[in-house]
Design a protein around this ligand. Structure first.
Ligand SMILES: *[C@@H]1O[C@H](CO)[C@@H](O)[C@H](O)[C@H]1NC(C)=O
Ligand SMILES: *[C@@H]1O[C@H](CO)[C@@H](O)[C@H](O)[C@H]1NC(C)=O
Length: 135
């Protein structure tokens, strides 16, 4: 009993400061389409984060979720209208500091809108500047 307690303390102390958030995004995302982003985390990871969709080629960054609780493990959202192409990554960042990137996916492509019903109004686009970053 004493030993397990000691082990538990040792493990807690051994957690590195480096975040272990691992992000999974579907491979068939489309502009203005639905997206379910999921992740895994370990003890010691940040309690919450913001999610950005970025494209270095297009020099675009879209804020797609803010102040997401790490414990949710998954989030379903609708992507903004974005240029179709390769080179997108999803980044999880510090809620108060977008430059502090906790985790990032490999690059992936986003395809053209496939929806035939609802017109893909540009009002579904959420500019990153719309977010107020609370301290
Ligand atoms: C992606 O493909 C999977 C399996 O083919 C499908 O279930 C899912 O709805 C697709 N997602 C999108 C956003 O098209
Ligand atoms: C934001 O994060 C970056 C990268 O970690 C760091 O260099 C910078 O000092 C941070 N800015 C603030 C205001 O904390």
């Amino acid at each position: 009993m004493m030993l397990s307690r000691l082990l538990s303390v040792a493990l807690t102390c051994a957690i590195p400061l480096v975040s272990a958030l691992t992000i999974t995004v579907p491979s068939n995302l489309t502009s203005a389409g639905p997206a379910t982003i999921s992740w895994t985390a370990v003890a010691g990871d940040p309690q919450s984060f913001s999610i950005f969709l970025t494209n270095a080629d297009f020099h675009n960054t879209f804020g797609i979720a803010n102040n997401v609780p790490t414990g949710a493990m998954t989030i379903s959202l609708t992507l903004p209208v974005v240029p179709v192409g390769d080179g997108y990554t999803v980044q999880f960042t510090n809620v108060g500091n977008q430059s502090d990137v906790f985790a990032e996916t490999p690059t992936f492509a986003i395809g053209a809108t496939v929806s035939t019903s609802a017109s893909s109004s540009s009002t579904s686009s959420i500019p990153a500047t719309a977010y107020v970053f609370l301290p």
